[in-house]
Ligand binder design. Sequence first.
Ligand code: PLP
Length: 224
Amino acid sequence: MASIATSLTRIRSTLPRGVELVAVSKFHPTEALLEAYEAGQRAFGESRIQELLAKIPMLPDDIRWHFIGHLQTNKVRALVATRRIALIESVDSERLLELIDKESDRADVTSRVLMQVHVAQEETKFGFLPEELLEYFKARRFENLRATHICGIMGMASNTDDTARISADFEAIADIKRQIEALCPDLRGFDILSMGMSDDYPLAIAAGSNLVRVGTAIFGARQY
Ligand SMILES: *Cc1c(COP(=O)(O)O)cnc(C)c1O
């Protein structure tokens, strides 16, 4: 298998300017993250709170941590209290968003978040349904947030080999972002379209993604 540094260089060389790479390091040991860090990587994505809380103090302070997993409401306070989260990418309900806002306000931090939208065929994936998300923006409920900034949306394509299906899912997610912008033309800093993983990030970029979350193609297979 190629080294982490080699894989990073290869992937970066394929990314157009303006597309950010988040190295998804869940289930990988801190040594692997350090290797990526030494190869210049600064944005890392984790999906489990305990693992993230353990890794943060062991790694350099200029890492930008992205939380990308399903966030349980009873873990929000601990996540916000780290004061180290650059972006919570996986806000999948209004209840969760309100709690992040409440805890951020209380901790005197501003949390940056993405709304996760569910378009994939699987029932198991988390996220707002497109119509729920549009309704949220149409009703301008984001105006009630005190300590949270919604920076864009995140989504995943169906888990399939059918590239036409995957591209259609990415186009649908990109279209939801455009519809939100049309509903709320005054939204500021709503710029991030996070989509694409190891197997499908080129298709995601073709559909307009500007943030890709790549794990396996950098670190190899995860040991669960
Ligand atoms: C694990 C994970 C990824 C990375 O998946 P790979 O196939 O290893 O690149 C990206 N996004 C989310 C939300 C994930 O949970």
